[in-house]
Design a protein around this ligand. Structure first.
Ligand code: NAX
Ligand code: K
Length: 523
């Protein structure tokens, strides 16, 4: 499903009216009605005690429409307007007038919120229509007190479009924000509902289409979407291992034996054809006993046991042989090895996945990546991308999507920005918000599995963008599967690796299950 930023919604809104004659008033009516419909789907409206907390913008207008619909179903609705009535929008004013003529109790709250607080406690359902995507500054004063009162009410909270106080584009909490049980969002989901901390405030998300034409909902200009599965290429009968990718992993050291194993073996378990692991010679016997399907290339070591610079020419030869190269897992940060990585990056003419210590190697030398002609895939978490770019984690968090779009273009790379939720960006400026995965995966080794899965998806024949995002989806799905078996604390790289084949089979044979679990619900 596409995801709409505030600027996208404004464009859709404009087009709905100019191109299709669907006025803002119709959209507001549908929006408010959909909120009422959701509430009616889980509670009998008759006698239901509903409190609507409305601002003076169009988000408040939606709340007033919901109030009217619920009242006409017999609900006991109380409306509180918060904000400067001089600034009320035309449509909110029209809808305020309607409910006043219907005799609904409406109170304007200017300072004292004790009456409102009392009502909030008594309510069965609170409709949060204070701010929507028009929020443009931090919340303070009366508004902050009202939001605190909503959060402290203990009543069920339904947010209109987005929890008030959450930034629609970035998911940042602008001072304080409503914690909703449900959010009904209009047209398309907003990035702020999918990115943390906004995602945590949104509760269960419902998308109400409010009669936007499909053409607008699927517009090519919408650059963000949820990461939905792409079709996995079939394994045809008349094929051999070379048809599923020849992958070269440059990984590992005497200190890190798991990382190379997880990468090189996950490649095979996720469907890849030929896995070759170039690694510190001392650890090859151990790795061979763990994964004998992998082909090993024992490399010369530095005295401390990481891959030495002397292997450069041999590694370039191997890269010539390979279809895909992955470099980084468990390499250590020994300067000699990092120098080797830096020198190899621009010379490798194949799609290159750079992870972990491979990313550390190029921090401060990003021109090496820019120079590459073959595709580059980077898989940093927030800390690594901060080191890579010199931009602080806090700054990146303020607008992950905007940051990632810029970086992908600047580095001409596909970038997986790990975290909740993981984002995948492409050089052309597309962003995919991944919805699989869980906090149990925040554990050593997890990223190494991802490297192998990306290589496998390339090996299966997906293009680079599809392979990267499908790998992220599969990886998270595997983490969720293990969590369902072992509990969230029991998610480990080796368990995830072992369930990769099952996850792929599910996606091939039973994709409906994926959609049932991960799709946003529509109203
Ligand atoms: N554009 C669309 O396609 C549709 C929009 N609709 C609704 O319209 C909403 C957007 O409406 P608006 O643009 O009027 O904006 P909002 O209703 O979200 O809020 C804007 C109002 O809040 C004030 N405000 C912003 N930040 C504040 C802060 N921190 N403290 C105090 N006041 C603050 C603004 O000055 C303005 O008065 C959407 O979220 C949605 O609920 C729906 O009616 C359906 C269609
Ligand atoms: K809201």
């Amino acid at each position: 499903m596409k995801v709409a930023r505030v600027e996208d919604i404004k464009r859709m809104d404009e087009l709905a009216s100019t191109k299709y004659g669907i006025s803002q008033e119709i959209l507001m009516e549908n929006a408010g009605a959909s909120v009422a419909r959701l509430i009616e789907s889980f509670a009998d409206a008759s006698g239901l005690r509903v409190v609507v907390v409305a601002g003076v913008g169009n988000n408040g207008g939606d709340g007033l429409v919901a109030a009217r619909h619920l009242a006409s179903q017999g609900a006991d609705v109380n409306v509180y307007i918060i904000g400067d009535l001089e600034k009320i929008t035309t449509l909110a004013r029209i809808n305020l007038d309607r409910i006043m003529r219907m005799g609904l109790p409406v109170e304007h709250v200017a300072e004292d919120i004790s009456g409102l607080s009392e009502e909030l406690h008594q309510a069965d359902v609170v409709i949060d229509a204070l701010f929507g995507i028009g929020l443009n500054r931090p919340v303070s004063g009366l508004y902050a007190r009202v939001i605190d009162a909503v959060n402290g009410s203990g009543s069920l909270v339904v947010s209109v479009d987005i929890p008030s106080g959450v930034n629609g584009d970035t998911g940042q909490v602008m001072g304080v924000a409503v914690k909703a049980d449900y959010t009904v969002t209009f047209g398309l989901p907003k990035p702020g509902l999918l990115i943390y901390p906004g995602a945590e405030h949104a509760g269960e998300i419902y998308v109400a289409r409010i009669s936007y034409p499909i053409e607008l909902l699927e517009d090519e200009n919408l650059v963000i979407e949820t990461n939905d599965p792409v079709q996995l290429p079939e394994r045809k009968p008349d094929t051999h291992k070379g048809d599923y990718g020849k992958a070269l992993f440059i990984a590992g050291s005497r200190r890190y034996m798991g990382a190379p194993l997880f990468s090189a073996y996950s490649f095979l378990l996720a469907g890849g054809g030929y896995s070759r692991l170039a690694t510190a010679s001392n650890i090859v016997p151990y790795l061979g006993s763990k994964a004998s399907e992998v082909v090993y290339e024992p490399l010369l070591e530095t005295p401390s046991g990481s891959i030495s610079y002397a292997n450069k020419d041999r590694l370039l030869e191997l890269a010539e042989w390979a279809d895909i190269v992955a470099m980084g897992p468990g390499l250590t940060t020994e300067e000699e090895t990092l120098r080797l990585v830096r020198d190899l990056v621009p010379l490798i003419k194949k799609p290159l996945i750079l992870d972990g210590d491979g990313l550390t190697a190029v921090a401060g030398a990003l021109e090496l990546i820019k120079k590459r002609e073959a595709p580059t895939i980077l898989t940093p978490h927030l800390g690594e991308v901060s080191r890579l770019t010199g931009i602080s984690v806090e700054r990146i968090r303020e607008d992950r999507i905007g940051f990632l779009r810029t970086l992908c273009r600047e580095l001409n790379s596909y970038i997986v920005l790990k975290g909740a939720h993981t984002l995948v960006g492409t050089p052309s400026g597309k962003i995919y918000v991944n919805l699989t995965g869980n906090p149990g995966m925040a554990k050593a080794g997890s990223g190494d599995v991802l490297v192998g899965v990306i290589a496998a998806m390339l090996g299966l024949g997906l293009d680079v963008g599809e392979a990267t995002r499908m790998a992220v989806l599969v990886h998270g799905y595997a983490g969720d599967y293990v969590a369902s078996l072992e509990g969230i604390d029991g998610v480990t790289a080796s368990r995830m690796m072992r369930v990769l084949p099952r996850v792929l089979r599910e996606l091939r044979e039973n994709p409906e299950d994926f959609y049932r679990t991960y799709s946003l619900q529509t109203l």
